[in-house]
Design a protein around this ligand. Structure first.
Ligand SMILES: C[S@@+](CC[C@H](N)C(=O)[O-])C[C@H]1O[C@@H](n2cnc3c(N)ncnc32)[C@H](O)[C@@H]1O
Length: 214
């Protein structure tokens, strides 16, 4: 099962259930979207969007005049995302791009969106992506000047939550995530310092950092 999830292929149809979404990871996604603060009419890139678990909250925030561009490498994850969009009737609000984030071309994102996006959200994806620096560089370069970004990802839990650490490590390794990668540090490095905001959930296991890119 671990291998199935890690490939984000045939495991895609069980991802929403087996990924711990309900009990653990939904809290981080909500914290991240709150920090990113998407507004009506904005264009938001969801990098490594997977099955589209961010789409409900993003779609509500950007409204009928806004747009979500979901990018992922896995056709199986994107098939689940497309089904989610179809079921919810968000056809006009979501566009999907199948692409390897490490080879992403900002011009392709702008062409699909019809404009350079206002903001970027990456939930639990940059810890999985091999070559995350390159993926981050390309995705952040696709934003309009002064665009905002939010990275939500994982690290080992602290304090009393440390008892969950072996479980957290197992879950992250099953998903192929490097729990020591701290990908939000790329945003902390590249954002305007005064714009940075941070939030933690589940004993520090989930970290959300948002900011305006310099
Ligand atoms: C743990 S899932 C997170 C999915 C979603 N963001 C969420 O919050 O549920 C990681 C996702 O990153 C995608 N991914 C991994 N490497 C990638 C790459 N090089 N380019 C684009 N997507 C990639 C996987 O296909 C998978 O959908």
């Amino acid at each position: 099962m671990a291998a199935l999830l890690r490939r984000y292929g045939v495991g895609a149809r069980w991802y929403d259930v087996l990924s711990g979404e309900r009990w653990v990871y939904r809290a981080g996604r909500r914290a991240g979207v709150a920090l990113l603060d998407p507004r009506p009419g904005e264009v938001i890139v969801d990098l490594g969007c997977g099955t589209g678990l961010n789409f409900p909250v993003l779609s509500e925030a950007v409204g009928p005049t806004g747009l979500i561009v979901g990018i992922d490498r896995s056709p199986d994850m994107l098939e689940m995302a497309r089904r989610r969009v179809e079921r919810a009737g968000w056809g006009g609000r979501v566009r999907i791009l199948q692409a390897d984030a490490t080879a992403l071309r900002p011009s392709d994102v702008a062409a699909l969106a019809g404009a350079s996006p206002d903001a970027l959200l990456a939930t639990y994806s940059l810890s999985v992506i091999d070559g995350r620096e390159e993926a981050w560089r390309r995705a952040s370069a696709s934003l309009r000047p002064g665009g905002r970004a939010c990275i939500v990802d994982m690290q080992p839990p602290r304090g009393t939550w440390r008892v969950l650490s072996p479980l957290a490590r197992l879950a992250c390794s099953a998903g192929g995530a490097d729990i020591t990668a701290h990908p939000w540090q790329m945003l902390e490095r590249d954002a305007e310092p005064g714009s940075l905001r941070r939030s933690e959930r589940k004993g520090g296991h989930i970290v959300a950092v948002a900011g305006r890119l310099a």
